[in-house]
Design a protein around this ligand. Structure first.
Ligand code: SF4
Length: 415
């Protein structure tokens, strides 16, 4: 423990710019909801945000709120409140923590931002089940509570190859949402506006990819733990010029670090890929644990999930359907494994950590032999950490620490 306390985590200056962006975003939403100047749409994190933005909704993403509940370690107190109204402790702890917060009337937004009491009241809720079924249940709960429409895309799962039939079905489902959205927005949908938003969203995706790709430098100027908070604008702000501006600032700083040979972790010796959800309530502890072992967890499936390279203003609905179906989480094990292999190669990775998140099977990839298959093919060793994204009662810090230390020792011996 004493050793860990001495570890200094290097901060990026542009993290402040991103923090300001997020504060402005939440104040804007709060203003819209309180004054009614703009309608508010709730959207899943890899949902069709571009359509909502193009129809002038202010877009709120409950998953970022839940991640804040996790990061502020409020979840363990709130989850039981949702369990009491029938939402099992075994389902998504984003869902249970968020509904628990609603039932208790508490929110981390109130602590972080003066004058904001909690999430903005929705006028409509829009989901895409591409990530999991839990989001539909989660949004349907609030649809009933607020008596507002809930619309969504029912996506495919375990997709081997993305085929025309998938694209056609998903784009049709997106088009079918438009009449409800027009009614709530009180305005007509404009395809040219959607094209503009898509162009901005694609630019955001390209910039975010460039940011994450700087992790390939040796030493890496960025860590996965940085990425989990730096990705905020890509989640909540894609499709706006302001988002692209903050990423240009961040990218410039990271490129400067690379040019100066400056790593995010002092004396980087081992390079790790993280698969699965972060443990929000342990971000800082994990960052220090790894940095103390001269190890940089520098790339992840998670942060890369907000790269939507297929977005194309020339084919708005089809390209959105492709971008939101090509995602890692939607795919079968074979394309997932080939994706991870490319990542291991590109980021020059020494080892993989799989987070087995108890309440998120959708984002857990170590339960059906994938780690063993990938190790056999690549020779790169792995470690599975048992835990959860939000429910800290499912985590053993001591065990994590012991296992991580033993894993890094193993890497040291094999180098
Ligand atoms: S992907 Fe996992 S964490 Fe995200 S909403 Fe679904 S179950 Fe929850």
């Amino acid at each position: 423990m004493t050793e860990e306390k001495k570890v200094v985590i290097k901060k990026l200056n542009s993290a402040k710019t991103i923090g300001k962006f997020m504060a402005d975003y939440y104040y804007g939403l709060d203003h819209a909801a309180k004054t009614g100047e703009k309608k508010v749409a709730w959207c899943t994190s890899v949902g069709p945000a571009e359509i909502l933005r193009a129809m002038d909704f202010d877009v709120y993403f409950p998953e970022t709120h839940s991640a804040m509940i996790g990061a502020t370690r409020m979840a363990a107190d709130l989850i039981p409140k949702a369990n009491a109204v029938g939402y099992s402790p075994d389902i998504c702890s984003y869902l249970t923590a968020d509904i628990g917060g609603y039932l208790e009337g508490v929110s981390p937004l109130a602590k972080a931002f003066e004058g904001i009491e909690g999430p903005p009241k929705p006028d409509v809720l829009v989901f895409n089940t591409n990530q999991c079924r839990d989001v539909q249940d989660w949004f349907s709960y609030y649809g009933r509570e607020y008596n507002v429409p809930v619309v969504g895309v029912h996506s495919y799962k375990g997709v081997e190859e993305v085929e025309d039939a998938h694209i056609q079905s998903i784009s049709e489902q997106m088009k079918e949402m438009i009449p409800t959205l027009e009614e709530v927005a009180g305005k007509k949908f404009d395809i040219d506006r959607l094209r503009e938003v898509l162009a901005l969203s694609r630019e955001c995706s390209d910039l975010w990819k460039e940011v994450l790709d700087t992790g390939a430098a040796v030493p890496s100027p960025i860590t996965f733990f940085d990425g989990t908070t730096l990705m905020g604008p890509a989640v909540v702000g894609r499709g706006t010029p302001e988002t692209n501006e903050v990423y240009r600032i961040l990218l410039a700083e990271l490129k400067e670090r690379v040019a100066n040979g400056e790593g995010a972790v002092e004396d980087e010796r081992y390079r790790i890929y993280w698969d699965g959800m972060p443990v929000w309530g342990r971000l800082s502890a994990h960052a220090k644990l790894f940095a103390g072992l001269k190890t940089n967890v520098l790339a992840s499936t998670y942060c890369n999930s907000w790269i939507f390279s297929a977005l194309d203003p020339a084919e708005p609905f089809e390209s959105m359907a492709r971008a939101y179906t090509e995602l890692f989480i939607v795919r079968a094990d074979e394309p997932k494994e080939s994706y991870i292999k490319n990542m291991l190669d590109f980021f020059k990775v020494d080892g993989i950590i799989y987070h087995d998140a108890k309440t998120c099977p959708a984002n857990t990839n170590c339960r059906y032999g994938m780690p063993q298959r990938l190790q056999e093919e690549t020779g790169i060793p792995f470690l599975v950490i048992n835990g959860d994204l939000n429910d800290l009662r499912l985590i053993s810090d001591e065990q994590t620490k012991t296992n991580v230390e033993a894993f890094i020792e193993q890497l040291a011996e094999s180098k």
